[in-house]
Ligand binder design. Sequence first.
Ligand code: ATP
Length: 639
Amino acid sequence: DMFSKSTNDAESASWKKGEPVPYAALCQTFEQIEDTTKRLQILDYLVKFLISVIKLSPESLLTVIYLSINKLCPEYEGLELGIGESLLLKAIAESTGREMKKIKADYAEIGDLGVIAMNSRSNQPTMFKPKALTIPHVFKTLKDIASLTGNSSQKQKVDKIKLMLVSCRNKEAKYLMRSLEGKLRIGLAERTVVVALAQAIVLSRPDIKKMSKEKLQVELEQAASVVKSVYSELPCYDLIVPALLKGDIDGLKEACKLTPGIPLKPMLAHPTKALTDILDRFENIAFTCEYKYDGERAQIHKLEDGSMRIYSRNSENMSTKYPDVMERLGKFAKPNTTSFVLDCEAVAWDREQKCILPFQVLSTRKRKDVKEEDIKVQVCIFTFDLLYLNGESLLREPLAKRRELLLDHFNEVDGEFAFAKSMNSKQIEDIQIFLDQSVTDNCEGLMVKTLNGTEATYEPSKRSRNWLKVKKDYLAGVGDSIDLVVIGAYVGRGKRTGVYGGYLLACYDPDREEYQSICKIGTGFSEQDLEDHHKDLKEHVIPEPKSYYMLGEGNKPDVWFAPVRVWEIKCADLSVSPVYKAAVGIVDPNKGISLRFPRFIRLRDDKTPENATSSEQIAEMYNDQKLNTVKNDTSMGVD
Ligand code: ATP
């Protein structure tokens, strides 16, 4: 019996040249990947599968990549999976004829909708064998489901899911459900997919057989690094995959470059603890200090056709949030600029007092479909970088050059558009004065950036040490803030009756696709905050914790939430904890890291839960903190 089952699996997972790739083949690869934790093994399984796809059905390669990272389109198009579990439960019940009560009971016990769908199926007698699912069909249906809106969309979604479910064989239902839910959880990180794609392209080349092992290894590594860097500049598989298929790796660099209209992942900064860190880091390097404005990151694009767009830190199109800014954009560039990409911060602005307003004021603006006549909060754009100008990418130019071009090609407009305030002195006294001044001007502190040479290029998506952030609070010893996901809450008592009294928070591990518990929080909330959070989060209550919540003994809030909200938190310090699971396995094999004295600062609606502070960052913060204590101890010893 076992034997015949496995031959069936293999049969349904193989296909002939020119045929659409069977969904079973992808699921078989997913299963292999899920069954191991070895990174190289995971990469190897995926590379082998991608080579078959390239050989037999190259036109499916793009869809296979999307399904492997569980996305439907580039991020900026904003179409997402993440179907609510009540709909999925309904689809399982209706397609299998099982009672909802039983399915819910299973769900409470097993916690994995994928497994439940798979098990429910095998209980069904099959009258006839429906046609096997193919990759193009599954992908198109997923896209259709995600695009459905309006009144009857719920029912239509359930119907489409049901139709696919009845065609599922073996493990397919499991992965289909997880795709729909928005989390595959097989331990396949997007960066592994990118590396696998690059390697599969190289290994599909006819000349590869003659190559020495060493040479091949070099080729594979180079290819991976090229594809990674191209992707951070042009995060769009729709363009990258066809270019790879056509012209391999060298062709890719030529064909795929930063393009206005496609937001690139912004460069990020490294935190520092004190002004002296800056001098340590930049001892013999030219650097500049800029105000760190406290608003919302805005990437402004002008396309060759003259149209303009504003994108968020997350690559979301924000043009409908800022119709007022959109209207004025035309004035800011000098007439000789045909296309550009600007990196900026949008900041709330008081027109009467002519001054910057705190972030809290900006956050009262609606996020979507804003009507100009309803706008109460004015915005000024502070620009600090120019990444593209008149058909040319400037990413590899040093900041000094980019800044010169920025100043040459744009005009400041009072209260609407300004260059980030900057100062180039290397004297710590001057930097201190500039920092104090930034705080007086309602900024968050300073950004300190390298100016010249290859150390001052723009590094998309990297948290680079060539950009250091100095926040005013570090100096009070509080440390950098952390962005965490709200996964549960405790019922409020006493003064907090009727709202939640405290919350359970988690960080995100992108490799394991897991939210790991990190602390409880009950301070920092105003009464208004408590009411707002309660009203908002009660809409996101789920009956059981998600199977991808990594929880410690005793992490049992009264209600659970779907991972939807990100909060900025400050704390006194980080400590190893037997109760929480953040960064478990990095600092200690079994224990996680927890925050001591966490305090709520604000809602981060410009970050998705997957952009929350990562387990790796938490571990790094913990280690930095230990390092600093050691440093302080020795210096005391020496004194
Ligand atoms: P993360 O916590 O992931 O680093 P964040 O969004 O919390 O990201 P910070 O690290 O605090 O941001 O600081 C970087 C952000 O500061 C940028 O994303 C940008 O929005 C803002 N910013 C303000 N002024 C500047 C400036 N002069 N140069 C670069 N970034 C600036």
